[in-house]
Design a protein around this ligand. Structure first.
Ligand code: AMP
Ligand code: TRP
Length: 373
């Protein structure tokens, strides 16, 4: 359950005290973080984002999206397709709109429900980039350079080390803080970015007065799903994924050769499910009783890895079939996706505009003549 603690109520004091008090979008806290005891903790605000990479796979699905689906009923949730993050990598402008809509339909097919949460596209709310710029004035250049993801992207593509991949985590912090979100459901790979967001909050508050609260990461039971190689995290760029769009034959082809406990070399060797990535997937897709049978079969060499994978396939197939059916329904009325995104952006903009008004005030630019409306 969500914790109710947070920083002690902060004072609206120096240096630019304002009479404007921002309301928490949940309506239960004033902007200084003073939680009302009478309101349920479940109304805390959640924000998370996903790039329109064109592919939901078992990694981001199990590591994050299933968590989003579970959380949307109890929290005020903002889920965002982060297209401005995506443009920091090579991409085709003519395809961006399609990728965004595909990601939206995949998320909805997985169970994201626009009646329960706000689903929207980052670029539709201009305040994301505006706040990112303001935050970049307190973000530390040194810290940004230490981000593992930045170093990986830079090493992979030495000819395109653009400033966007460097300041990527600042935009991510802006995403979260615009909605005054306190919980951020992500996979393990985002840990450093979340820490950086917390540091940005501390520096901002120290420089401009208490404005934001430090957001906390929320991890799933398995915050890092390994790829089929059993080595690195499952990731599109590593080519070790099972995509939610794959048909059953393609899923089986990949699963059949997926790495298992490396110590189980022969069929007659006993395996250790706790060292086997395939068993990790059983935890999501196979019921408790069958899971116990698989564990027993593996540790006694009663079943082989192929038997174990066939059982896993049944569970994956059932889940993917449900998602596929829902996606096909959505495809038959594409305008419904656009409507959801338009309405989501409207809701998001209202909250974002409130936050930016306070941020501008803190910066002293709220009353500058000729400012944008
Ligand atoms: P991405 O698809 O990289 O934009 O990531 C979307 C969300 O899924 C983020 O919260 C990631 O941390 C999470 N995620 C991506 N890949 C994995 C993985 N292999 N295991 C766990 N979580 C993941
Ligand atoms: N960087 C995240 C990823 O690649 C996506 C993201 C952007 C995000 N903004 C965010 C996640 C804000 C959580 C909160 O997966």
């Amino acid at each position: 359950m969500p914790s109710r603690e947070g920083p002690p109520p902060a004072k609206l004091s120096a240096p630019h005290a304002t009479s404007q008090r921002l309301l928490d979008p949940s309506g239960r806290a004033d902007y200084n973080g003073a939680m009302s005891e009478t309101q349920p903790a479940s109304r805390e605000t959640i924000f998370s984002g996903i790039q329109p990479s064109g592919e939901l796979h078992l990694g981001n699905y199990l590591g994050a999206i299933r968590n989003w689906v579970a959380l949307q009923s109890s929290y005020r949730c903002f889920f965002c397709i982060v297209d401005y993050h995506a443009i920091t990598q090579p991409f085709e402008p003519a395809e961006l709109g399609r990728r965004v809509r595909e990601m939206a339909s995949d998320l909805i097919a997985c169970g994201i429900d626009a009646e329960k949460c706000t689903l929207f596209v980052q670029s539709a709310v201009r305040e994301h980039t505006e706040l990112a710029w303001a935050l970049s004035s307190v973000a530390s250049h040194g810290e940004l350079g230490r981000m593992t993801q930045f170093k990986e992207k830079a090493a992979k593509n030495p000819d395109n080390i653009n400033a966007g991949i460097f300041t990527y985590p600042v935009l991510q912090a802006a995403d979260i803080l615009l909605y005054r979100a306190t919980k951020v459901p992500v996979g393990e790979d985002q840990r450093q970015h979340l820490e950086l967001a917390r540091e940005i909050v501390r520096k901002w508050n120290a420089r401009f007065g208490e404005t934001f609260r430090e957001p906390e990461a929320l991890y799933s039971s398995t915050p890092k799903i390994l790829g089929l190689d059993g080595q690195a995290k499952m990731s599109k760029s590593l080519g070790n994924t099972i995509s939610l769009r794959e048909d059953d034959a393609a899923v089986w082809n990949k699963l059949r050769t997926a790495a298992t406990d490396p110590a189980r070399v022969r069929r007659t060797d006993a395996g250790d499910p706790d060292k086997c990535n395939v068993f990790t997937l059983h935890k999501f897709f196979t019921g408790a009783e069958r899971q116990a049978d698989v564990r027993q079969g593996c540790t006694t060499a009663g079943i082989g890895c192929i038997d174990c994978k066939k059982i896993l396939l049944e569970g994956i197939k059932a889940d993917l079939e449900r998602i596929r059916t829902r996606r096909a329904e959505l495809l038959s009325k594409p305008e419904a996706i656009d409507e959801i995104l338009v309405e989501g952006a409207r809701q998001a903009r209202d909250v974002a505009a409130e936050t930016m008004a306070v941020v501008r005030d803190r910066l002293g630019i709220e009353r500058i003549p000729g400012r944008a409306p």
